[in-house]
Write a protein that binds this ligand. Structure first.
Ligand SMILES: [Fe+2]
Length: 444
């Protein structure tokens, strides 16, 4: 079983529970016993890396969820798609439009990866974190692609229904065809490529620059060859529209936004918010997920898509060490499908930070089973904001016999219905309509 440690916590003799990969290669393989030299090298090259190491005592005591396949699939898709995105990026460096020749290979790579994702099931989606701004386009594109395709595959019936609603045709052609979604998710930000200077600017943006950014969905669609499927362009044009009408460039509302655009909006926001960029430090996946379903941002997204996002993401890695209010440290053993805020954990370290011996270990439990035990931090991050959510989920589960479907009731409790009033006032008294722009610019 893996405990997820920072580089500083490693010591010689620890065994790797997963392969360590850099961008394109395996650095050390699963099962390798770390030496002083390995640790020194890892600290030099990857000072912020987190690493899964084996823990024989915990491993014997309980069975941890094996999610190594999820990481492998994410890594393969990410590597392949980010290489294709890099080619698109190069092709656009000195042009304002892509030709069919430029995008040759994109379609094939996208279809290959869609087939790979469909045939290699993952229990949860894991995302690669983006670390450098100069590779932002290709890395981000790969993440948005990966998440959009997984959401699309999970939501195919809803997509069919929404496409039919959106279309004037009696029957939508090929309603289960996810290729336009996949292509659009990969190419949605090509309109940002010519805006490299603005993207990396740390000073406040001018009105003109803000306008250019707000127009990147349209500019991006216009850069694609005429022969490309219009559905792809439509999806790209709408990928920053919000369900509550606060998005850009056209302030579309709810059903007016194409379903593929709505999916990309969610995947894009999640990936961008968890990425380290010039103007904002990365936020943890759990923080981002929490913010996406709470005020003031929850009205941006299609609740049906958020529900899927909650099912498929695993914001706490297996083996993550969570500091608790008693001073003890719990380690994540399993994810709970449908509730990423309530993983199954085991108390593995006492208040003195010493490992609890095997005879004193208690059985793993869901956080919601012990409402008096509060979350304090994960790494350097204060995660106490999750405590109420965890307790609420516990109550929902206890009352599940009152509802036909406890799963949808649970999710409904944290995913409010969309707000139709754009003048809704946020916590600080500022109208959401006026908050929407800075938020969107953080997630260009
Ligand atoms: Fe965008």
């Amino acid at each position: 079983m893996p405990v997820y440690l920072s580089i500083d916590e490693l010591s010689p003799g620890m065994t790797l529970a997963r392969n360590i990969n850099n961008k394109f290669n395996m650095v050390l393989s699963k099962g390798h016993r770390l030496t002083d030299q390995d640790i020194a090298g890892l600290r030099r090259h990857y000072p912020n890396m987190m690493i899964h190491v084996g823990d024989p005592i915990l491993d014997e005591f309980t069975s941890f969820q094996d999610d190594s396949n999820n990481f492998e699939v994410a890594y393969n898709v990410h590597t392949e798609i980010s290489q294709v995105a890099q080619k698109v990026n190069y092709a656009l460096r000195d042009k304002t439009m892509l030709s069919m020749e430029n995008v040759q290979g994109v379609n094939k790579a996208v279809k290959d990866m869609m087939g790979y994702i469909a045939s290699t099931k993952v229990s949860h989606a894991v995302m690669n974190q983006i670390t450098s701004s100069d590779q932002y386009f290709q890395e981000h594109s790969a993440n948005v692609f990966y998440l959009s395709v997984i959401i699309g595959n999970t939501l195919s019936n809803y997509i069919k229904k929404e496409r039919q609603k959106f279309s004037r045709a009696k029957q939508v052609k090929d309603p289960f065809n996810m290729t336009p979604l996949a292509m659009a998710s990969m190419l949605c930000d090509i309109g940002m490529i010519p805006l490299q200077e603005i993207r990396t600017k740390t000073d406040p943006l001018t009105d003109k620059e803000i306008e250019l950014i707000k127009n990147h969905p349209f500019d991006g669609a216009d850069m694609l060859p005429d022969e490309m499927d219009p559905m792809i362009k439509l999806a790209i044009r709408g990928h920053h529209e919000n369900m509550d009408g606060s998005g850009y460039p056209r302030n579309l509302l709810g059903d007016q936004i194409n379903i593929f655009s709505r999916i990309i909006r969610v995947a894009d926001a999640y990936s961008a918010a968890t990425a380290e960029k010039v103007f904002s430090d990365a936020r943890s996946p759990i923080r981002v997920l929490f913010e996406m379903v709470t005020e003031p941002f929850c009205g941006f997204y299609d609740p049906a898509i958020l529900r899927v996002l909650f099912r498929i993401l695993q914001p706490f890695p297996i083996g993550a060490k969570l500091k608790m209010s008693t001073g003890q440290t719990a380690v994540v053993v399993r994810h709970q499908l449908n509730n990423p805020f309530d993983p199954v954990v085991i108390l593995a370290y006492d208040a003195m930070d010493e490992k609890i011996s095997s005879e004193n270990l208690e059985r793993p439990f869901k956080l919601s089973e012990k409402p008096l035990l509060h979350l304090v931090s994960f790494g350097d991050e204060d995660i106490s904001y999750l405590n109420n959510v965890v307790v609420d989920f516990g109550k929902m589960e206890a009352n599940s016999d009152e509802t036909q479907n406890s799963e949808s009731a649970m999710l409904a409790s944290i995913i409010p219905q969309r707000k139709d009033e754009p003048e809704e006032v946020g916590e600080d008294g500022e109208a959401i309509q006026s908050m929407a722009l800075p938020f969107n610019l953080l997630y260009p």
